[in-house]
Design a protein around this ligand. Structure first.
Ligand SMILES: Nc1ncnc2c1ncn2[C@@H]1O[C@H](COP(=O)(O)OP(=O)(O)OP(=O)(O)O)[C@@H](O)[C@H]1O
Length: 200
């Protein structure tokens, strides 16, 4: 993962004729992490989508080296499949190493639920399943949108451990949250500071 990087230079985002933010710069190298904070609607998800290449910046540039794994509000897992098989589908597409799905499920305490259909998972279990998908992908750059939503304290600790382990392996993490998150080694970027009326 040593070659991974994520660089935003003076980025502005326009959505629905509205300039959400401008002047956002960020430079994440292997082992680097940042937490985007700010109130609902400030543009956190939009910034993650810019980083994923799903939106184009209105101004500025986004440069990436390395594969990306994005976890957002969409579960994107086959509801009728047992969890292990549903995760295996994505792991196959991602070219994950053998055993990656089992290891990822274990790391977020989902191993005992491997044969449970996705539709039967609780809110917090679904969120952990999305994290397992990201972990199993082997992608160096993790984009995590509200990864703490629905997680209890024990699960938040697992999230923190997973992020810490990824950074220690030379991964990169960009997370977004409207509430404080106990993520290790993250610099915080308050996106509200980049609203046009503030950043003028
Ligand atoms: N496809 C779209 N077209 C136009 N406007 C959009 C579109 N998607 C989002 N927006 C608007 O962009 C703004 C920022 O949305 P975004 O989801 O990025 O905010 P957020 O900070 O992630 O919010 P939350 O904390 O509620 O998840 C909102 O006002 C939203 O209505």
């Amino acid at each position: 993962m040593s070659g991974a990087s994520l660089r935003l230079c003076d980025v502005a985002c326009l959505r629905g004729e509205r300039l959400l933010f401008r002047g956002v710069s960020l430079d994440l190298a292997p082992g680097g992490a940042a937490l985007l904070t700010g109130p609902n609607g400030v543009g956190k998800s939009s910034l993650l989508r810019l980083c994923a290449g799903l939106l184009r910046p209105y101004a500025g540039s986004v440069e990436r080296e390395g594969r990306i794994a994005l976890s957002d509000e969409r579960l994107a897992l086959d509801q009728d499949a047992p969890l292990e098989r549903a995760l295996g589908f994505w792991a196959g597409l991602d070219g994950a190493v053998p055993g990656a799905v089992g290891a990822a499920m274990d790391s977020v305490a989902l191993g005992p639920l491997a044969q449970v259909p996705v539709r039967m998972l609780s809110t917090g279990q679904r969120k952990r399943a999305m994290l397992a998908r990201v972990i199993a992908s082997g992608a160096p750059i993790w984009l995590l949108d509200e990864p703490g939503n629905g997680l209890d304290d024990a699960s938040l600790a697992l999230l923190g451990d997973a992020v810490g382990a990824h950074l220690a392996r030379g991964g990169i993490v960009l997370a977004a949250s409207h509430q404080p998150l106990p993520l290790p080694a993250c610099t915080t970027m308050a996106l509200g500071d980049y609203r046009p009326e503030v950043a003028a």
